[in-house]
Design a protein around this ligand. Structure first.
Ligand code: CLF
Ligand code: SF4
Length: 493
């Protein structure tokens, strides 16, 4: 199989089309033959136009495009048992203190600075650290200010839904066409185990009444958004023993009300975060428990499986966080938007993703044609661009794909501590990486040494760098065909 050596990640700093194309075509790329559209055949064109550059709403887009969050909305109107207000909103973030809360003008300057430096940027999201709809004045001002300078940036919000119905008309006016609602229950009895109180119409409610109001407002908000053609994503936090099985019911309800995606995220629970669940010993699900629930949900509302539970001030591709490069002290008082980098990047991506789509389709066909009965769980080290382009020891996460007679699908990711620092690997870190790769059959990466490869093998996980820089699905297709009899699997490194 040919292995064109492109990393779109490496294209990012190049500012001209010529420079980006020169990098893209080095190593034997054949991209010029392909069209710019990778639209799935079964998707409506209008919907594809809305999601094709949104890294959360399209799994395919998340290989190419970045989002940034601005932490302009610190106030919240409910209490979730998995949240400590000193930390990011768990609607959209892993627990970790937001570095800086921003005013709308500071947010505007930060977005422009990021857009000038990160050509992958396509979406501006407001995901707290409180609730974007409750802290509405600042959310609205931020969107209005940024849209004036960067009219083509997509606007996206995340909310608990309580205040959402009050702002749907303004969301339409502002052209916000992606809204996430966190819905953890459709049975208020279960809600009492997750929400101790809400604050609604100047009154505090507790117990069953609080959960009933929240539930009704969430359903109303979802129905209003669907009626206006805004794409909705439902986030649900999977809390073992509380709402895990109940999320099957949630999935049915939100599908009936027009949700575009359902994103089931694992509870992150740690006593150090100071949350009710953390302090009372409520555990989060293991990776394979999450996958089992997601597998059960297949066939209902379409699932998002590539969520990274971002911080409320995250910047970059979903698997990375470049927030520390854009703290306020590094941003000038006056900053002007230069669209050249983003425009050029999009042109290069349009060509690259056409090639990627063709390679993916060929690989899926290969897998289906083998008529094998088995499945393979494959963990991939990647820096983006849809390719196997990260060294095993440098990976901070692995993307997980399942190959089976149904095709090749992205089924999740596993976060790990970087194993190799400054040329040396720590055994203890490697043990943690191997633990995180529980259930994985094969690891694909751009490079791996004998030591980690042997340790993985001892744990029953094969690893190879034989497909380095290939498209992910193309490599998995070849691997699957080899596994089930067509060719011998490439030798481990
Ligand atoms: Fe941000 Fe959320 Fe918009 Fe994406 S994140 S507001 S929809 S731009 Fe995305 Fe991050 Fe998951 Fe959220 S990976 S936590 S789903
Ligand atoms: Fe925390 Fe978000 Fe829940 Fe509010 S909605 S309590 S900020 S997790």
């Amino acid at each position: 199989m040919s292995a064109p050596m492109i990393s779109l990640d490496s294209l990012a700093p190049a500012s001209s089309m010529d420079a980006m194309l020169a990098k893209a075509t080095s190593g034997g790329c054949s991209s010029s033959s392909c069209g710019s559209s990778a639209k799935p055949e079964d998707m409506d064109t209008a919907i594809w136009e809305k999601i094709k550059d949104h890294p959360c709403y399209s799994e395919e887009a998340h290989h190419y495009f970045a989002r940034m969050h601005v932490a302009v909305a610190p106030a919240c109107n409910i209490q979730c048992n998995y949240c400590n207000r000193k930390y990011d909103c768990a609607n959209e973030s892993r627990p970790g203190v937001v570095s800086e809360k921003l005013t709308p003008d500071q947010a505007r300057r930060k977005v422009i600075a990021v857009a000038n430096e990160v050509p992958q940027l396509s979406v501006l999201g407001i995901a707290g650290p409180g609730d974007a709809c409750y802290d509405w004045r600042k959310t609205k001002a931020t969107f209005e200010e940024v849209s004036r300078d960067i009219p083509d940036i997509k606007l996206c919000i995340s909310t608990n839904g309580l205040a959402l119905p009050d702002h749907v008309d303004e969301l339409v006016e502002m052209n916000v066409d992606h809204v996430t609602i966190t819905i953890n229950m459709v049975d208020p009895e279960i809600g009492t185990k997750i929400y101790p109180w809400i604050f609604y119409r100047n009154r505090r409610y507790t117990g069953l009444e609080a959960s009933r109001i929240l539930h009704e407002r969430q359903m109303l908000g979802l129905e209003m958004l669907t009626a206006r053609g805004i794409l909705t994503k439902i986030n649900s936090v999977m809390i073992p023993g509380v709402n895990d099985e109940h999320l099957l019911e949630v999935n049915k309800w939100v599908k009936e009300r027009g949700a575009f995606l359902h994103n089931v995220m694992p509870l992150i629970s740690d006593p150090a975060h100071g949350t009710h669940f953390g302090l009372t010993g409520q555990r989060g699900p293991k990776a394979m428990e999450l996958k089992a629930l997601q597998d059960k949900l297949e066939g209902g509302a379409k699932l998002m499986r590539h969520c990274r539970q971002c911080r409320a001030d995250a910047v970059g591709l979903l698997g990375e966080d470049r927030g520390q490069e854009f703290t306020l002290d590094q941003i000038p008082d006056e900053v002007a938007y230069d669209p050249a980098g983003r425009e050029t990047y999009r042109e290069v991506v349009a060509r690259e993703r056409g090639d990627h789509a063709a390679a993916k389709q060929a690989a899926v066909n290969t897998v289906k044609e083998t008529e094998a009965a088995g499945s393979l769980l494959v963990a991939v080290a990647t820096k983006g661009g849809g390719r196997i382009n990260e060294h095993f020891g440098h990976a901070r996460e692995f993307q997980v794909y399942e190959a089976s007679p149904k095709g090749i699908v992205f089924v999740g990711h596993r976060k790990v501590e970087q194993y190799c620092m400054g040329g040396f690997g720590e055994d203890a870190t490697l043990d943690g990486v191997i633990e995180a790769l529980e259930g994985i059959d094969v690891v694909l990466c751009a490079k791996i040494g004998d030591c980690p490869s042997d340790s993985l093998a001892a744990a029953g996980i094969r690893a190879t760098d034989a497909y380095g820089f290939d498209y992910i699905e193309a490599a998995i297709g070849a691997l699957y065909a080899a596994e089930f009899g067509l060719e011998l699997l490439a030798e481990s490194a």
